[in-house]
Unconditional design. Structure first.
Length: 522
C-alpha cells in the first residue's frame, strides 16, 4: 500500500492518507462529545477496510463488543484474535528469550521493568520521592539475577525470580555457611550457573550480592525485595498466571500478517490486573513493531495500528520514544482521551506536564471534540495558533444642551468744557493814529446717562456614529468555542458529530488553513 493512499474523506476536497496515519492521531473530547462514535469510529473503519493489522486495548467493558461490530461491518471478523482473561496465553519471558536467546537478557530486564512501572502507575497512591533510586536499584538487582537463573535452568520464570531474590544473602558471611547453602535456592542456582557461565563470570555476579546488596541498609534492602516480589507475585495467581506464565499461543508479530489482536481485559472491570496485563503486551508489541524492519519484506509492508480509547490507563514512559520512531515501521497510533489533566494525573512522577506534552507533541494529527475543560480548550486554541485578526468596532453617541439667561446694565457719562479768549491791537499811519482793543470768552458743560437689559434662551442636540476596525494578533479559534460550537451527536444534532481536525504542516484545501471543521455521522 502506497503512503499516499487515501483512507478517509474529510471534506469534498481533502483526504486523510496512510502517510498521515503513520504520523499518529490523538483525539480529545469530553464525556458525551462523540469522540468514540464520531472521528474514532470513522478512523477505526478506515483502518480495517484498508486491511491493516492492529492491537486494540480495552478500558471499558463494552470496547471489545464494539470492535467486533467494526470487524463484522468491515468484513474482517476472521482477522480478529481475542486475548482475554479466559482465552489466549502469552508467556512474555519465554517469548523474549525465544526471540533473542541468551543475548537478550537485558531485554528481559527491561520487560520486567515495564511490568513494575505498570504496577506502580496502577497503584491507588503511587509514590514519587526517590523514584529514580528505586528504579536504578531494581534494574541493577535484575541484571544480576536473570543471567544466573537462565544459566542454571535454561529459562527465566517469575516464580524463580521471586525465590532467588527472597533467598538472597542478608550478610556476606552467609555465602560460606553450609547450613544456609543447604536450604538456599539462591546458592543452588548460583552453583549450577557456575558450570555454564564459568567461575570468573559467576564471581562477578555474586560480588553484587555479597558486596552491594548485602551491605544495603536492612530496611532499604527489604523494601526493594518486597516491592519487586509483590509486583511480580500477581502473575503467580488467578487468570494472570494462566495468561502470562503458561504457553505462548499468540505473538505480536501476527499483526504483520493482518491479525487484529483484541485485548479483552477491560481496565474498568479487571482493575489493576487488566491495566498491567495490557501494558505488558503493548510494550512487547511496540518493540516488535520497531524491530520489524529487520524482517523480510513480506513482514514489513502491511501497515499496523495501535488503538487505545481512554488511553490514560495504558501510557508509560516508553510511549514517547516509540511514537517518535514508529513512522518508519508503518505503524499508526490512535490515542483517545478526555482532557489534558487526565494525562497529567495518570503519568504522575516528576514533571507530569512536560512528560505529557512530550508524548502529545509526537502526534501530527489532533482531533478536538467538544470539551468543558478550560485547560484543554486553551491547549486546543494554542495548537491551532494565532493570526492577524481584524476586529470591527462601532460607537454611537447623542448629546443635548439648553441654556436660559438674563442680563442687565446701566451706564452714566458726564463731561464739561469751558474756555475764554481775547485780542487787542493798535495801528498807526502817516495821517494819524488809531487804536483798537477787543476781547471775548465762552463756557459750557454737558452730561448724560443710559441703561440696557436683555434676556437670551437656547437649546440644541447632536448625534454621531463611528464605525471601523482594528488588526491584532489573536487566536484563530477562541478557547470557548471548543465548549460551545461543536456538535456532540444524538437526536438533538441529527446524530452528527463535529470536530476541529488539525494537522501540522498541512493546508487543507477546504479551509485554506492547517485545520478543518469535520463532521461525522454516528
Amino acid at each position: 500500500m502506497e503512503l499516499d493512499t487515501p483512507l478517509l474523506q474529510l471534506s469534498p476536497d481533502d483526504y486523510f492518507t496512510l502517510r498521515d496515519a503513520c504520523q499518529g492521531v490523538s483525539i480529545v473530547g469530553g464525556i458525551g462529545s462523540g469522540k468514540t462514535s464520531g472521528s474514532g469510529a470513522a478512523l477505526a473503519m478506515a483502518y480495517l477496510r484498508a486491511g491493516m493489522g492492529g492491537l486494540v486495548l480495552c478500558a471499558k467493558p463494552e470496547e471489545a463488543a464494539l470492535w467486533r461490530q467494526y470487524a463484522q461491518a468491515a468484513r474482517r471478523a476472521d482477522s480478529l484474535i481475542t486475548f482475554s482473561s479466559q482465552e489466549g496465553s502469552f508467556n512474555f519471558l519465554a517469548y523474549e528469550l525465544a526471540r533473542q536467546g541468551g543475548d537478550g537478557l537485558n531485554s528481559v530486564v527491561e520487560c520486567l521493568m515495564r511490568v513494575l512501572e505498570a504496577a506502580h502507575q496502577a497503584s491507588p497512591s503511587p509514590g514519587r520521592a526517590g523514584e529514580r533510586f528505586w528504579e536504578d536499584t531494581t534494574r541493577q538487582l535484575l541484571r544480576h539475577c536473570i543471567p544466573v537463573l537462565h544459566a542454571a535452568t535454561g529459562t527465566v520464570t517469575i516464580a524463580d525470580i521471586i525465590r532467588f531474590v527472597r533467598g538472597a544473602p542478608q550478610r556476606r558471611e552467609e555465602l560460606g555457611d553450609p547450613a544456609w547453602q543447604a536450604q538456599s535456592f539462591f546458592y543452588q542456582a548460583s552453583d549450577r550457573a557456575r558450570h555454564v557461565l564459568g567461575t570468573t563470570r559467576t564471581v562477578e555476579l555474586m560480588r553484587y550480592w555479597a558486596e552491594d546488596f548485602a551491605r544495603l541498609d536492612p530496611k532499604t534492602r527489604g523494601n526493594i525485595a518486597i516491592s519487586l516480589s509483590t509486583s511480580l507475585d500477581r502473575f503467580q495467581h488467578g487468570w494472570l498466571r494462566r495468561a502470562f506464565c503458561g504457553e505462548v499461543t499468540l505473538v505480536p508479530e501476527l499483526c504483520f500478517q493482518g491479525a487484529i489482536i483484541l485485548l479483552d481485559m477491560p481496565a474498568l472491570r479487571l482493575n489493576e490486573d487488566g491495566i498491567i496485563a495490557q501494558q505488558v503486551f503493548k510494550y512487547l508489541w511496540q518493540r516488535a513493531v520497531l524491530n520489524r524492519n529487520a524482517l523480510p519484506p513480506a513482514h514489513r509492508q502491511r501497515p499496523v495500528f495501535l488503538w487505545a480509547d481512554e488511553c490514560q490507563y495504558f501510557i508509560n514512559s516508553y510511549d514517547a520514544e516509540y511514537q517518535s520512531t514508529c513512522r518508519g515501521s508503518r505503524a499508526c497510533t490512535v490515542y483517545l482521551t478526555q482532557s489534558l489533566p487526565t494525562f497529567y494525573a495518570t503519568i504522575g512522577g516528576e514533571q507530569p506536564r512536560d512528560r505529557a506534552q512530550h508524548l502529545l507533541g509526537n502526534f501530527a494529527t489532533r482531533v478536538f471534540h467538544s470539551t468543558s475543560c478550560p485547560e484543554t480548550q486553551e491547549w486546543a486554541a494554542r495548537t491551532i495558533g494565532r493570526a492577524l485578526q481584524r476586529r470591527a468596532n462601532y460607537s454611537e453617541g447623542e448629546s443635548a444642551s439648553w441654556n436660559d439667561g438674563l442680563s442687565r446694565g446701566e451706564n452714566v457719562t458726564r463731561g464739561g468744557s469751558r474756555g475764554r479768549s481775547g485780542s487787542s491791537g493798535t495801528s498807526m499811519g502817516p495821517g494819524g493814529s488809531s487804536s483798537t482793543t477787543g476781547g471775548g470768552w465762552n463756557a459750557g458743560s454737558s452730561w448724560g446717562s443710559g441703561e440696557n437689559w436683555g434676556e437670551n434662551r437656547g437649546s440644541g442636540n447632536s448625534s454621531s456614529t463611528n464605525r471601523g476596525y482594528a488588526e491584532q494578533m489573536d487566536y484563530v479559534i477562541e478557547p470557548a468555542a471548543f465548549g460551545s460550537a461543536l456538535m456532540t451527536g444524538g437526536s438533538a444534532n441529527g446524530n452528527q458529530v463535529s470536530a476541529i481536525w488539525y494537522q501540522a504542516g498541512r493546508q487543507f484545501r477546504r479551509s485554506g488553513r492547517n485545520f478543518l471543521l469535520a463532521r461525522f455521522q454516528q
